[in-house]
Ligand binder design. Structure first.
Ligand code: AMP
Ligand code: MG
Length: 274
């Protein structure tokens, strides 16, 4: 791990039990990185490194990486996937977007659909929203009884521990944007016809609950950033900072996992191809 990667992780990672005050974390902070253009070029190179590491993970075929992306509307979950995994071979990556649960999904416990979407061995799984909606929107919009939501933090920790004990490394990124930045991004969706499809009047209802969501995020970060599945709060008002931070942490994590090409039991010199 490079010193720079270590500094990024150290600054952005939520320590187990830490009480995060989102107001104290500046969404526009770019102090971990240099100039914008150089950082973007470096991020592209990291994306290619991620691809090489992913190839090794796939060849090894015994472990997986789960990347959870959470954030309010317009926080840049889609854009992160597009940039950070831009160079990654599609064969070894799965992306799952979690929306409003279907009737079939509602007929099961809330982790049922999540477990089914977890990455198979050898692959990277990306969650665009996740089981954390069940302690975020479910809490803010009172979609489940208070006591049921309260029990979920421990249930999620136990679920994630089970995944890690069975070969899945977990990274969780909260894309932290400011209220003002969300306003601008929502306005763009109204102004630009090519972005109309992204606009959903329901987003304005959620925006009205901004403070409640920030509070629900803080509780989630406090209760569910564990040794085995840490949360990172990513300054996300500047897209290039967001991408650079997440790409660096993903790369450093894959390097720590250090996947190996399997050793074969035969000798290549024994074969001639006619
Ligand atoms: P989007 O990510 O903009 O496509 O919207 C997906 C919507 O589904 C968001 O409004 C989420 O809050 C909502 N959603 C995702 N998971 C859940 C859940 N478990 N319960 C209720 N709503 C959810
Ligand atoms: Mg939306």
């Amino acid at each position: 791990m490079t010193d720079h990667e270590r500094a990024i992780i150290e600054r952005l990672r939520v320590k187990p039990g830490e009480h995060v005050r989102l107001k104290d974390r500046d969404p526009r902070d770019s102090s971990l990185f240099g100039a914008e253009q150089e950082t973007k070029t470096a991020t592209d190179a990291i994306a290619r490194d991620i691809d090489v590491l992913q190839d090794r993970l796939y060849a090894e075929g015994s472990r997986a990486l789960l990347v959870v992306l959470q954030g309010t509307d317009t926080s840049g979950k889609d854009g992160t996937i597009r940039t950070v995994f831009n160079a990654t071979g599609p064969l070894g990556v799965s992306v799952t977007a979690f929306g409003v649960p279907t009737t079939q999904e509602l007929a099961h416990d809330y982790l049922w659909r999540v477990h089914a979407a977890c990455p198979r061995r050898g692959t990277i799984g990306i969650f665009n929203r996740s089981h954390y909606e069940d302690v975020l929107i479910a809490k803010v919009r009172k979609l489940a009884p208070k006591e049921a939501v309260e029990q979920r933090y421990d249930q999620i920790n136990a679920f994630e521990r089970m995944l890690t004990e069975n070969g899945t490394t977990i990274l969780k990124f909260m894309l932290h944007i400011s209220n003002g930045e969300q306003k601008e991004r929502l306005q763009e969706r109204l102004d630009d016809p090519k972005k109309h499809w992204k606009f959903n009047p329901g987003d304005l209802e959620d925006r009205a609950f901004w403070n409640e969501y920030q509070e629900a995020y803080e509780t989630m970060l406090h209760r569910c950033s564990t040794q085995h599945a840490p949360w990172y709060v990513i300054p996300a008002d500047r897209k290039w900072v967001r991408n650079a931070a997440i790409a660096s942490i993903v790369k450093a994590t894959l390097e720590e996992m250090n996947p190996q090409y399997p050793k074969v039991s035969w000798n290549p010199d024994d074969f001639t191809i006619a």
